[in-house]
Design a protein around this ligand. Structure first.
Ligand SMILES: Cc1cc2nc3c(=O)[nH]c(=O)nc-3n(C[C@H](O)[C@H](O)[C@H](O)COP(=O)(O)OP(=O)(O)OC[C@H]3O[C@@H](n4cnc5c(N)ncnc54)[C@H](O)[C@@H]3O)c2cc1C
Length: 451
C-alpha cells in the first residue's frame, strides 16, 4: 500500500483481458480508492477478431483499435514493455520506446500480456512469412496482395507473374481460415480491375498439418467451409506441413513432400504460445509456459497477482473433463477481465457480502467470416452457414467492440462498403516512408549554392 493506504493496481497489457479488466476497475472504483496504472507498449487496444475485415479493406485500421487514454482517463498509462516482474518485491521494470527504463511498484498486479505467434524452425520462415495477429500485419497483407496483383499485371515474365499470384497460408484454424477467406475474396474482387489478369491466374493454397480445417467447429461445418473455399478455387492441403521456404521456394512435408511452390506471399497463422515476457517473472507456470491461475483468476501461490487470457492456464469449470482449461479466445479473455476486476475489488474492499467469485463461462462457440456474405458459425450448438452466419459474425463482433465511437465508425465503414465498390488502392508507400527524401538527398542538386 502507499503511505496514504491507497492500494496501487498495475495492469500489464492493454489487450482484451487488460482493457476489459481496467475498464471495470475504472468504472467501479471510486476516485481515490486505488492508484491505477496500465503498462502497454501500444497506445491502443487491438480488437483482433476484426483484423480479417481490416485485411479485406472493409473496415478502416484505426476503427478496430481503442485508444487507451480515452478509454481509461483515470489510469496512468505507461507506454512501454514490461521486461521484468518481481512479484516477491512487488516491482515491474518497464522499457520505454527510447530505451529508458522505469521501475513501477504495486500492491496488486494483473498479468495480461497475451500470446505471440508460435513458430517452427523452418528455413526461410523469418524472411518470407508474415503473421496475422497485429494491425500492422493485417494492413501489410492487404497492401501485399494488391501490390502482387499490380506486379503480375505489369510484368512480361510468366514466372514472375505466377509467383506474384501465388499465396500460401499456413494453418487452418479459424484465424488462418478467416485470413485466407477475406484476403482471397479481396484478390478475386480486385482482379476484375486488372484486364491483363484472369481469376483463374490466382492460386491460393491453405496448408493444414491436421486432418481437417477449422477444428474449432463441428466436422460438418468444417466440411462446408472446405467446400466454400474449394469452389472459390482454393487448394486445401491437409496432413501437410512446410519444410523450407528459402527465397520464396516453398517445400512441403507430409502428403505433398515432393512438391515445390514458388510464392512471394506466405501467411503464418500456426497458433500461439504464451508471451515470452513471462520468462522474466517469478510467477508459477505450467509446462507450456502459461501462468497458473485458480478459478478466481488469482495466480497460484502469489497473493496480489491476478491473470487470465491467452497467457494463462485458467481452469474451465464448465467442461466436464478433468483439468480442463479455458481456450485462448477473446470470448474468455473479455469475460475473465470483468470477473477478475470484480474479484480484485472484492479483495481490496474486504466486503463479506461480496466475496470473490469463481470464473464460469460456457463457451459460446466460433463465428468466422469467409468473405462477403459468406461465413460459418456454431453458437451453443446452433450451426449457421452462408449469409446468416456472416451477419451473425458481424453482429457479434460489433456488439463486443468496446467503444460506442468505434461501433459507430465500424458501422459506417460497413454501410459504405455495401454501397460502394471495394477500395483497391495499395498503399505501398507506407512501407518505405523515408525513401522519397533519401532518394532526393542522394540525387545531385541542379541548383548550385548561391544561384
Ligand atoms: C486474426 C484473429 C482473429 C481472432 N478471432 C477471434 C474470434 O473470432 N473469437 C475469439 O473469441 N477470439 C478470437 N481471436 C483470439 C483473441 O483475439 C485472443 O484470444 C485475445 O486477444 C486474447 O486476449 P489477451 O488479453 O490475453 O491478449 P491480447 O488481446 O493479445 O493482449 C495482450 C496485450 O499485451 C500487450 N503486451 C505484450 N507484451 C507486453 C509486455 N512485455 N508488457 C506490456 N504489455 C505487453 C500487447 O501489446 C497486447 O496489447 C482472434 C485472434 C486473431 C489473431
Amino acid at each position: 500500500m502507499t503511505s496514504a493506504g491507497t492500494p496501487r493496481i498495475l495492469v500489464i497489457g492493454g489487450g482484451h483481458l487488460g482493457l476489459y479488466a481496467a475498464e471495470r476497475l475504472h468504472r467501479r472504483l471510486q476516485p481515490g480508492e486505488a492508484d491505477l496504472t496500465l503498462a502497454e507498449p501500444l497506445t491502443y487496444m487491438t480488437y483482433q477478431s476484426l483484423l480479417p475485415e481490416v485485411a479485406a479493406g472493409n473496415v478502416e485500421p484505426r476503427h478496430v483499435v481503442i485508444p487507451l487514454r480515452r478509454a481509461l482517463p483515470r489510469f496512468h498509462i505507461v507506454n512501454g514493455q514490461v521486461i521484468e516482474l518481481r512479484h516477491a518485491d512487488r516491482t515491474a521494470r518497464v522499457r520505454l520506446v527510447d530505451g529508458e527504463e522505469r521501475h513501477l511498484t504495486y500492491d496488486h498486479v494483473v498479468v495480461a500480456p497475451g500470446a505471440v505467434a508460435r513458430t517452427s524452425p523452418v528455413p526461410g520462415l523469418a524472411e518470407l512469412a508474415v503473421g496475422f495477429k497485429t494491425l500492422g500485419e493485417a494492413v501489410f497483407l492487404r497492401n501485399r496482395v494488391l501490390i502482387q496483383l499490380s506486379l503480375a499485371a505489369s510484368t512480361t515474365d510468366p514466372g514472375v507473374r505466377r509467383r506474384a499470384l501465388t499465396f500460401v497460408v499456413i494453418c487452418a484454424d479459424y484465424a488462418g481460415v478467416e485470413a485466407l477467406g477475406e484476403l482471397s475474396d479481396l484478390s478475386m474482387d480486385a482482379i476484375e480491375a486488372f484486364h491483363e489478369l484472369r481469376r483463374e491466374d490466382l492460386r491460393w493454397i491453405l496448408v493444414e498439418p491436421g486432418e481437417r480445417i477449422m477444428p474449432e467447429v463441428s466436422p460438418e461445418l468444417s466440411a462446408y467451409t472446405s467446400d466454400v473455399l474449394r469452389r472459390r478455387g482454393v487448394e486445401i492441403r491437409l496432413n501437410t506441413t512446410i519444410s523450407s521456404c528459402v527465397s520464396g521456394r516453398i517445400r512441403f512435408g507430409g502428403r505433398y513432400a515432393d512438391d515445390v511452390v514458388e510464392a512471394n506471399t506466405l501467411v503464418w497463422t500456426a497458433g500461439v504460445r504464451p508471451n515470452p515476457m513471462l520468462d522474466t517473472t517469478d510467477l508459477v507456470r505450467d509446462d507450456q509456459g502459461r501462468v497458473l491461475a485458480d478459478a478466481y483468476l488469482r495466480v497460484r501461490g502469489a497473493p496480489g497477482a491476478w491473470t487470465g487470457g491467452d497467457c494463462a492456464a485458467v481452469p474451465d469449470l464448465i467442461r466436464d473433463e478433468p483439468n480442463a482449461l479455458c481456450e485462448p479466445t477473446a470470448e474468455h479473455a473479455i469475460r475473465q477481465g470483468r470477473r477478475l476486476a470484480d474479484n480484485l475489488i472484492a479483495e481490496i474492499r474486504g466486503e463479506r457480502s461480496h466475496p470473490p467469485q469463481l470464473y464460469r463461462h460456457r463457451y459460446a462457440g466460433a463465428v468466422a467470416g469467409l468473405g462477403r456474405l459468406q461465413g460459418v458459425a456454431e453458437i451453443y450448438g446452433v450451426r449457421l452457414r452462408g449469409a446468416p452466419a456472416w451477419l451473425l459474425h458481424r453482429g457479434y463482433h460489433w456488439v463486443m467492440l468496446p467503444s460506442a465511437a468505434r461501433k459507430a465508425r465500424v458501422l459506417t465503414d460497413w454501410a459504405l462498403d455495401a454501397l460502394l465498390s471495394r477500395d483497391i488502392s495499395a498503399l505501398a508507400e507506407l512501407e518505405e516512408p523515408r525513401k522519397p527524401l533519401q532518394t532526393a538527398a542522394r540525387a545531385p542538386s541542379l541548383v548550385t549554392q548561391g544561384a
